[in-house]
Design a protein around this ligand. Structure first.
Ligand code: 0RA
Length: 682
C-alpha cells in the first residue's frame, strides 16, 4: 500500500476487519498501478474507462446488453452505464459479502462467475473493475436488478457504505461512476478525442452494440454515438474511405467456428502496400499472430486455386506467393476465443494455434464462395496478383543478373576509361562525362596524374529512360560500376573505392539534366554510401563565355551574364582611354588582341554590347580541351557541387519529381529494391 494511505489508516483506527481485508486485497494495485493499467500517465488514466467499458462489452457479447453510455462529468468523473443483467447484489455464501462488493473489491474477481463469455486472460485487459475501484478516490456502483436499484460507494477501493436498495426499477443494468485518484495519476483530465476514437473502434468490433459518449464537462454537452450493424465491414469502409477501391464489393464473413468467433473483412485498392489490422477479443494485436497467419494462407491458397481452375494461371506457372496476393489489400481480422494467449515482448501477437485453423477454414470457404459469386471482382484481384508476379519476376531477374555476387568481379577496367596515373584514391578523381566528343575534350584537357575520364553514351541512357533495372544491365553503366571499384549489393565495399571524387559532368541542357538524374538515382539506390561519405559531385560547366579582347569571363548562370558584360565594357573603355592618352604623349602603344580581333555585336542597336564577344556553350563538346580544363576541371578554378542526401524522404521526392512520367515497371522495381525506404511516394 502507498505510504500516504497507510498514514490515513493509522489515523482511523475505527476500520473494521473487513475493511482491512479488502485493503489488503487491492493493496498491490495501489502499490504498483503500472502492473495493472500500464502506466499512471494519460494512457493509464484512460485505461480506467476501457476497463469498465470492457466489462459492459463482455455483457453485450454474452448477449445481455445493447447500450453502453459513457459520460464525462465535471471534476474528472466518468459514468459508464449499460443495460446488461446488472452485477448481482445478493450475499455470496462463501464470502458472506454481497457479490457486488466482491466484484468491486477483489482482484480478478471482476469478471464472470460463469465463464459464459469470452474472458480475456492476457495483457492489461480484463483485470477487472476492482482495479478501477482501487485507483479511484471515489466510486459508486449502481445496479438495477430484481426490480430494485442498489448502490454502494467506495473510496480508494474501500467500501464506504453497505449495499443499499435506493429505489425500484423494472429494467436491469449497471452504472459505475468513478473519480480517478489524483495522488496516483500524473494527469486526471480525460481526453474526449481519445475516448471517441477508442470507443468507435470498440463499436466496430462489436457488431450492433450502441455506444454513446456524452461530454458534460462544459456548458454545452457534446454528444457522440456509434452503432455499426456492419461490424468489420463498416470498419473497413471507414478505414479505406479515402482510397479508390478496386472491387465493386468488399469481402466480409462473420462466423462461429469451433467455439470461436471469426470475423474478417477485406478489400483491394489501387495501391501496392498492404494494410493488415487484427484483433483478438477486441484487443489490437499489432504483431498479428495465428489469426493473421490463418488468413494469409487461406487468401493465398484460395486465390491460387481459383486462378488455376479458371485458367488464369497456367499449369506451368509457379502461382502466387503471399506477397503477390497482398498487394493493395486492406484487411481486418477479428477473433473471439475463450483463452487467448498473447505472446511476444509486448504481448502484441496472438499465439493460439486453433485461431489459425479456424480463420483459415472460415476464410477459405467463404472466399471461394465470394469469388464465384463476384466474378468481375475475382478477375480484378487475379489480374492485380498477376501483375505483382510479373513485377516480382522482372525484379528478381534484374537482381540475379546484375546484383548477383561476383558478377562484376574479375572484370577488367573498361576500355573507354582513361584512367589517371595516381593509384591513391585520395588524390584521384573520376569524371563521368556525357558523350564521346566531350569525353575527348576532357581526356586532352585533364591533369592525367589525378583525373580519370569515363565517357558515357548519353543516347543509350535516353533510350532506356528511367528503368534502373535495365540501366544496371547496360554496358555503359556496368563499365562505370567496374571503374568505381567498390562492386555492388552484397559485395559492395567502400574501402575499394578507386576515386574519392566522382564527378558527374553533363551538359547544361535538358538531356544533361536527365542523364544527371539517372546517374544520381543509380548512386542513390546502389551506392548510397558513396553519397553519404561525400564522394559524389556535380561539375558546373559555364553557360557563356563573355570576351572583350584579351579579357574574358566565364559565366555560370543567365543572371551573371549582364554583369560580366558591364565589367568587360568598363575594362575596355579604361584600356582605350589609357592607350589614347599614351598615343597623345607619343609613347609606344602595346597592340593588344582587342585591336586585332573582329568585334562582334550580338544585339545590334544595343551600344553596350558592341565589341563584346558572347559565346553560349550548348554542350561540353563545344569547349576545347583548354576551355574545359579552365572552366570545369581545374581544381584551382572550378566550382563543384557536392551531392548530399539530406533524408531519404526528400531524396525520394526529388527523384520522383525529376523522373517525370511514371513508368509502372520502374515503380514496381523501385519498390522491390528500396529495401530501406518504406512508403515510396511515387
Ligand atoms: C457478474 C455476473 C453477472 C454479470 C456481471 C458480473 C456484470 C458485470 C458488469 C460490469 C459492468 N457491467 C456489468 N454487467 C454485468 C451475471 C449475473 C447473472 O447471471 O444475472
Amino acid at each position: 500500500m502507498a505510504e500516504k494511505d497507510e498514514k490515513k489508516a493509522e489515523k482511523k483506527p475505527s476500520y473494521s476487519a473487513k475493511d482491512i481485508y479488502v485493503l489488503e486485497g487491492l493493496e498491490p494495485v495501489r502499490k504498483r498501478p503500472g502492473m495493472y493499467i500500464g502506466s499512471t500517465g494519460v494512457d493509464g488514466l484512460h485505461h480506467l474507462i476501457w476497463e469498465v467499458v470492457d466489462n459492459s462489452i463482455d455483457e453485450a457479447m454474452a448477449g445481455h446488453a445493447k447500450h453502453i453510455r459513457v459520460e464525462l462529468l465535471p471534476d474528472n468523473k466518468v459514468a459508464v452505464t449499460d443495460d446488461g443483467r446488472g452485477i448481482p447484489v445478493e450475499v455470496h455464501a462463501q464470502t458472506k459479502k454481497s457479490a457486488l462488493e466482491t466484484v468491486l473489491t477483489t482482484l480478478h474477481a471482476g469478471g464472470k462467475f460463469g465463464g459464459e463469455s469470452y474472458k480475456v486472460s492476457g495483457g492489461l485487459h480484463g483485470v477487472g473493475v476492482s482495479v478501477v475501484c482501487a485507483l479511484s478516490v471515489w466510486l459508486r456502483a449502481e445496479v438495477s436488478r430484481d426490480g430494485g436499484v442498489y448502490e454502494q460507494e467506495y473510496e480508494r477501493g474501500v467500501p464506504k457504505t453497505k449495499v443499499k436498495k435506493i429505489g425500484s426499477s423494472k429494467s436491469t443494468g449497471t452504472k459505475i461512476i468513478f473519480q480517478p485518484d489524483h495522488t496516483i495519476f500524473s494527469e486526471t483530465k480525460f481526453d474526449l478525442k481519445r475516448i471517441v476514437d477508442h470507443l468507435r473502434r470498440q463499436a466496430f468490433l462489436t457488431k450492433g452494440i450502441a455506444i454513446e459518449i456524452i461530454d458534460s464537462r462544459g456548458e454545452v454537452p457534446v454528444y457522440h454515438g456509434f452503432c455499426f450493424d456492419g461490424g468489420l465491414a463498416s470498419f473497413l469502409r471507414y478505414l479505406s474511405r479515402s482510397e479508390k477501391s478496386l472491387l465493386d464489393n468488399l469481402f466480409y464473413v462473420d462466423k462461429q467456428q469451433n467455439d470461436m468467433g471469426v470475423e474478417v473483412a477485406f478489400v483491394y485498392n489501387d495501391e501496392y502496400e498492404s494494410k493488415e489490422l487484427s484483433f483478438a477479443n477486441n484487443i489490437y494485436t499489432p504483431d498479428g499472430g495465428m489469426h493473421m497467419t490463418g488468413f494469409r494462407s487461406a487468401l493465398t491458397r484460395t486465390l491460387n486455386e481459383y486462378a488455376r481452375s479458371n485458367n488464369l494461371l497456367k499449369k506451368e506457372d509457379d502461382g502466387f506467393t503471399g506477397d503477390d496476393v497482398r498487394e493493395g489489400l486492406t484487411v481486418i481480422v477479428s477473433v473471439k476465443l475463450r483463452e487467448p494467449q498473447f505472446e511476444g515482448q509486448t504481448k502484441a501477437r496472438l499465439g493460439n494455434t486453433e485461431a489459425r485453423t479456424a480463420v483459415e477454414s472460415v476464410v477459405g470457404e467463404s472466399l471461394k464462395d465470394f469469388l464465384e459469386r463476384n466474378s468481375s471482382d475475382a478477375r480484378r484481384i487475379i489480374e492485380k496478383s498477376l501483375l505483382a508476379v510479373k513485377a516480382r519476376k522482372a525484379a528478381k531477374a534484374a537482381k540475379d543478373m546484375v546484383l548477383r555476387k561476383g558478377v562484376l568481379e574479375g572484370l577488367t577496367l573498361p576500355g573507354k576509361l582513361a584512367d589517371c596515373t595516381s593509384r591513391s584514391p585520395e588524390d584521384s578523381e573520376l569524371f563521368i562525362v556525357e558523350g564521346d566528343s566531350a569525353g575527348g575534350s576532357a581526356k586532352s584537357g585533364r591533369d592525367r596524374r589525378t583525373q580519370a575520364i569515363l565517357p558515357l553514351k548519353g543516347k543509350i541512357l535516353n533510350v532506356e529512360k528511367s528503368r534502373i533495372d535495365k540501366m544496371l544491365i547496360n554496358k555503359e553503366i556496368k563499365a562505370l560500376v567496374v571503374a568505381i571499384g567498390t562492386a555492388i549489393a552484397e559485395s559492395f565495399d567502400i574501402s575499394k573505392l578507386r576515386y574519392h571524387k566522382i564527378i558527374i559532368m553533363t551538359d547544361a541542357d535538358v538531356d544533361g539534366a536527365h542523364i544527371r538524374t539517372l546517374l544520381l538515382t543509380l548512386f542513390y539506390r546502389y551506392f548510397r554510401e558513396i553519397i553519404d561519405a561525400g564522394h559524389l559531385y556535380i561539375a558546373q560547366p559555364p553557360l557563356f563565355k563573355v570576351q572583350a579582347g584579351k579579357s574574358f569571363r566565364y559565366v555560370f548562370n543567365e543572371g551573371a551574364k549582364d554583369k560580366a558584360i558591364d565589367e568587360l565594357q568598363a575594362l575596355k573603355k579604361e584600356r582605350q582611354a589609357a592607350s589614347a592618352k599614351k598615343k597623345a604623349k607619343g609613347e609606344e602603344v602595346e597592340v593588344t588582341d582587342a585591336e586585332n580581333t573582329e568585334e562582334v555585336s550580338l544585339e545590334t542597336g544595343d551600344g553596350r554590347m558592341k565589341g563584346i564577344f558572347v559565346q553560349r556553350y550548348k554542350g561540353l563538346g563545344e569547349m576545347n580541351p583548354q576551355q574545359l580544363w579552365e572552366t570545369t576541371m581545374d581544381p584551382e578554378a572550378r566550382v563543384l557541387k557536392l551531392v548530399e542526401v539530406g533524408d531519404a524522404t526528400e531524396a525520394d521526392r526529388l527523384f520522383s519529381v525529376l523522373m517525370g512520367e511514371t513508368v509502372e515497371p520502374r515503380k514496381k522495381f523501385i519498390q522491390a529494391h528500396a529495401l530501406s525506404v518504406k512508403n515510396l511516394d511515387i
